[in-house]
Design a protein around this ligand. Structure first.
Ligand code: AHR
Length: 512
């Protein structure tokens, strides 16, 4: 009997040891930087993202602004070290004619935003306002060009207007509109979702349209080489990626897009705040699918571009739920809870871990739309849990990628399971190692043992984003319910780091 008890005890110990989460920081011979552009944002003419979000109009006396741009928003976005901002869409891009949005504001025509709520816009926020705002933010602009209803001439004119320093009708127009030196826009999207709202094109047809448009785009800027991004696939549509890679010569394309949203069901998206564990689990499952998607896209890119010249650009990602009750369904205004924090953290870990090919990504969308980092209500502004994750992860921007071996416990629900732990790591230019971890498990604290023997580290400190309930969120009444706190759950003993992460929480560690 005694022998049996001992055996049982031994079995339990072995079983527990095997089940533990283990992460190993490895040294790699091929190192690359995690491109800061992975931490990019997206601002469409949609709901209150531009009007009421970034822009409140010149002369607005109630909301502090500079040239109509909210100063509170600029300060908050600068803390995220926002590397780039995509504009004006989205679906809106392929109906947008840029010339409607330049010149004296009183003479700009009004337009109807047919995609988003059918609202009439006065075009007071256009090219000059956007590019000047990017300068205020310290962000690279990423312009999404109109390929659906625009012409190649309109596109050439736009490229010239923003980037040509010589004498031409478009540089003359820019000077007339108050801007002498060009902005030198590097990043250009050649259309958006061409398979859907961008024109319902077949990949073969779009690939030809792309070849045509991109031919005329280069050569207008002396300072920066243009970076042209082909409108990418709808989530798992690998044939789209394959056809584009096969048809577009590598010297005509610098990046290829990919859009993927974590949606429970397009017909039953569920509430952003009032959800159960099954809905939480499904959202996380859809979010983690990003890893498989990128892996499959990478395989196609490797086939046609083995030297990895073309970047994979995930220029729309995030969680998508029902709009907040009582708000315009066309405005896509949703709240943001700890579910979104875990979603953002694990997605950013995926991007970091694929950063040899993933060179840019854009969270949809910056303010008041989908998985926002900021919500506004007149003069008030709040930061969402997703904002705090983006801020905690700034440490990875342009840092050298550290490959990880991760062995995770399962987070189980019914017959399904997900890895409980998501992680990524980098080392910055002054030798600080950063590890970001998310515990996806909604119920259990996870203990992670991290082997750092390949690095000489003696000191650890960290921050955690956590809350009592997964549905918790910041509100205009309680704006600081969720914010990062000092983290005491890590201890370093020799080459082994032990970390305890509360359920549905995010941790960033700094080691020296
Ligand atoms: O981000 C909202 C919309 O989602 C974009 O306009 C479109 O590109 C995508 O379908």
């Amino acid at each position: 009997m005694k022998k049996l008890n001992c055996l049982l005890l031994l079995f339990c110990c072995v079983h527990l040891a095997q089940a533990q989460n283990k992460v190993v920081l490895t040294k790699s011979s091929t190192t690359h930087l995690i491109n800061r552009n992975i931490y990019g944002h997206f601002a469409e003419h949609l709901g209150r993202c531009i009007y009421g979000g970034f822009y409140v109009g010149e002369g607005n006396k109630k909301i502090p602004n500079k040239n109509g741009i909210r100063t509170d928003v600029v300060e908050a976005m600068k803390k995220l070290k926002i590397p780039n901002l995509r504009w004006p869409g989205g679906c809106f891009a392929d109906t947008y004619h840029w010339k409607d949005g330049v010149g004296p504001k009183t003479q700009r025509p009004t337009i109807v935003n047919a995609w988003w709520g059918g609202v009439t816009e006065d075009n007071s926020f256009g090219t000059n306002e956007f590019l000047n705002m990017c300068e205020m933010l310290g962000a690279e602009p990423y312009l999404a060009a109109n390929i659906g209803t625009g012409t190649p001439q309109e596109l050439i004119d736009w490229v010239q207007y923003v980037s040509f320093s010589g004498v031409s009708p478009m540089s003359k127009l820019r000077k007339q509109n108050g801007r002498s030196k060009p902005w030198n826009v590097k990043f250009w999207g050649v259309g958006n979702e061409a398979w859907g709202c961008g024109g319902n094109m077949r990949p073969e047809y779009y690939a030809d349209k792309y070849r045509e448009s991109s031919t005329f785009m280069s050569g207008w800027s002396n300072d920066k080489k243009i970076y042209r991004i082909a409108a990418g696939a709808n989530s798992g549509d690998l044939n789209w990626t394959e056809t584009l890679m096969k048809t577009i010569p590598l010297n005509m394309m610098e990046g290829i897009g990919l859009h993927h949203y974590a949606v429970i069901d397009w017909n039953k998206k569920g509430s952003a705040t009032d959800y159960n564990e099954e809905q939480y689990f499904t959202t996380m499952k859809r979010a983690l699918y990003m890893d498989e998607l990128i892996t499959k896209n990478e395989a196609i890119l490797d086939k046609y571009d083995p030297k990895k010249k073309v970047g994979l650009i995930v220029d729309e990602w995030g969680g998508w739920y029902n709009v907040e009750p009582g708000t315009n369904p066309g405005f896509l205004y949703q709240q943001n809870t700890m579910r979104d924090a875990v979603l953002a953290a694990s997605t950013l870990n995926i991007f970091n871990n694929h950063s040899e090919r993933v060179r840019m990504a854009n969270l949809a969308q910056a303010i008041n739309v989908l998985q926002s980092v900021i919500l506004t209500q007149q003069q008030k502004m709040i930061l969402t849990p997703t904002y705090h994750v983006m801020e905690m992860y700034t440490v990875h921007q342009d840092a050298t990628f550290i490959p990880l071996n991760v062995k995770s416990e399962d987070y189980e629900l019914g017959n399904e399971k997900l890895p409980a732990i998501s992680a990524s790591a980098s080392i910055d230019s002054i030798g600080n190692v950063h590890i970001t971890l998310a515990n996806i498990d909604m119920n259990k604290e996870q203990e992670v043992s991290i082997d750092v023997s390949d690095y000489k580290l003696t000191n650890v400190k960290g921050r955690v984003l956590t809350s009592a309930k997964v549905q918790d969120h910041n509100s205009f009444e309680n704006p600081n319910k969720i914010k990062p706190a000092m983290y005491n759950g890590a201890s370093l003993s020799g080459n082994s780091l032990s970390v305890k992460i509360p359920p549905f929480s995010v941790v960033v560690l700094q080691l020296k």
